[in-house]
Design a protein around this ligand. Structure first.
Ligand SMILES: O=C(O)[C@@H](O)[C@H](O)[C@H](O)C(=O)CO
Length: 469
């Protein structure tokens, strides 16, 4: 057995080991937010090689390779898949203390039973060994999900997307439920390039010509009904901050009219519109009983040159320093005041906002639902050991970690599910460490084990109430 990724990886004492092995390890995975491609699952795609399934689409790896000085040709460019892998292998030893180092070796161990370290020396052999397996029926997309005991995966779709693959999967005998999250940010961000062109497509999909603000609301509602009819129970927003400006309905109607007439709108007008449409959407989510997610604080597409070449979500984003508390509080209060605040998960990208979020959720946990408003797991740059521990500590210190719905991969790769194991080991070690130090009673192992089991699976099961196939 490798001395590195072994059965007690990240577990520093017997209490942590007992909590992980007896109460967490075997819990199924509910991956309630990711960016996986549902077509690959529906068609049960067999990947060409390890690069195809493990490096393509993974901007975490891309950033590390670029930082090491690897030419873009071997990151996202026209380099061969094998050369891209060899360059990734060369990079791995330099990722020590970045979560990629742990994730890489966890994934090689869990999917391929490879416990050797990945580096230039082992690269060729590991490429051949993993690629031969990946390019086989045993490693088809559905089998990759079966290997990790995934009970449910929730992809992320735009209102204009078709859910044909989700419909196909719902009718299939594939045991893993494949749901979706409704992500309408493109309909909100009125100042973005291509906004009117996007609305034209949205109108076609909803069979509603979008000329007025009321038309836009009708089209979005139409698509929410379509998503809901296909089992969607979740939405997702990735915004720099919550928008909550004072506006009147007539102002918003006039602003939208100006936009549809291709007139310039001011930043203030854009914020008024974004505030109004976001409230409309959230009131509709409440009507449909959905869970709403807000990913707040990313500073996106910072490298204009590379954004022009590669587009969004390709590794050129970073942590923003937007103010969050005041607008978020006013926004949640406005919905709560009308009894239209649905179950909500808030994720921050700036760790300076951890305590803001951990205390904010308490303002609207009104006793109506257990854990109604959640502080989401460490996201993006924070979904590593340090970031997860900080989020868990803030949540423990200022709310109830026992009601936490736990981990999600937020990933674009079908080999990322050991991130759930990574998270579960960290949770068990945090609690095990406090038991060892006498800060939690060792007499309550069963109770603490139940907490761990709930955070690993049971709380998400109860909170989302996804239908089980
Ligand atoms: O929700 C987002 O916008 C981010 O999660 C984004 O998708 C990012 O590319 C990501 O995958 C972070 O894990």
């Amino acid at each position: 057995m490798s001395t590195f990724i072994n059965d007690n990886f990240l577990l520093e004492n017997k209490y942590a080991e007992e909590l992980y092995h007896n109460y967490s390890k075997n819990q199924p995975i509910i991956d309630y937010h990711n960016h996986l491609n549902p077509q690959f699952i529906a068609e049960d795609k067999i990947f060409n090689n390890i690069t195809d399934v493990w490096i393509k689409g993974d901007h975490y790896k891309w950033r590390a390779m670029r930082t090491l000085g690897i030419n873009e040709q071997f990151v996202t460019g026209n380099g061969s898949d094998k050369d891209k892998f060899l360059n990734w292998a060369k990079t791995v030893p330099y990722t020590m203390r970045n979560p990629l180092y742990h994730w890489t070796h966890l994934e090689l161990a869990r999917y391929f039973d490879i416990t050797d370290l990945l580096n230039e020396k082992s690269a060729e052999r590991i490429y051949e060994e993993t690629s031969a397996k990946v390019n086989s029926a045993e490693y088809s997309t559905r089998n990759l999900l079966r290997k990790v005991n995934a009970e449910l995966v929730c992809t992320t779709e735009d209102p204009i997307d078709s859910l044909d693959f989700h419909e196909q999967l719902a009718k299939s005998d594939f045991k893993t439920t494949v749901s979706t999250a409704f992500r309408p940010d493109k309909a909100i961000l009125i100042a973005n390039d291509g906004y009117n062109e996007y609305l034209d497509v949205l109108g076609q999909k909803a069979s509603i010509e979008i000329n007025t603000y009321a038309d836009l609301q009708a089209a979005l509602r139409n698509r929410i009904e379509y998503f809901n009819a296909n089992g969607c129970q979740l939405c997702d927003h990735g915004l720099d901050q919550i928008y909550f400006e004072n506006y009147t309905e007539s102002e918003v109607v006039a602003i939208f009219k100006k936009k549809r007439e291709n007139q310039a709108i001011s930043n203030e007008e854009a914020l008024k519109f974004q505030s109004a449409i976001l409230v409309f959407l959230c009131e509709t989510y409440h009507e449909f009983g959905w869970v709403q997610q807000f990913h707040l604080g990313a500073l996106r597409n910072n490298n204009a040159r590379m954004h022009r070449i590669l587009g969004p979500d390709t590794g050129w984003d970073s942590i923003g320093d937007y103010p969050q508390a005041q607008k978020l509080s006013a926004f949640l209060n406005a919905l709560d005041s009308k009894d239209k605040l649905t179950k909500t998960i808030i994720y921050n990208l700036n760790p300076a906002d951890n305590e803001v979020m951990a205390t904010m959720i308490g303002n609207f946990n009104d006793g109506s639902v257990r854990g109604k408003v959640q502080f989401g797991s460490g996201w993006w740059f924070l979904d590593q050991k340090d970031g997860m521990i900080k989020q868990l500590n803030a949540l423990s210190n200022m709310s109830l970690i026992s009601c936490f719905v736990g981990m999600l991969t937020d990933s674009r790769s079908f080999l990322s599910f050991p991130r759930h194991e990574y998270f579960r080991r960290i949770v068990c070690n945090l609690l095990g460490d406090e038991i060892k130090r006498g800060e939690l009673p060792a007499s309550e192992m069963e109770w603490i084990g139940k907490m761990v089991s709930d955070i690993s699976y049971g709380n998400a099961k109860e909170y989302f109430k996804f239908p089980v196939k």
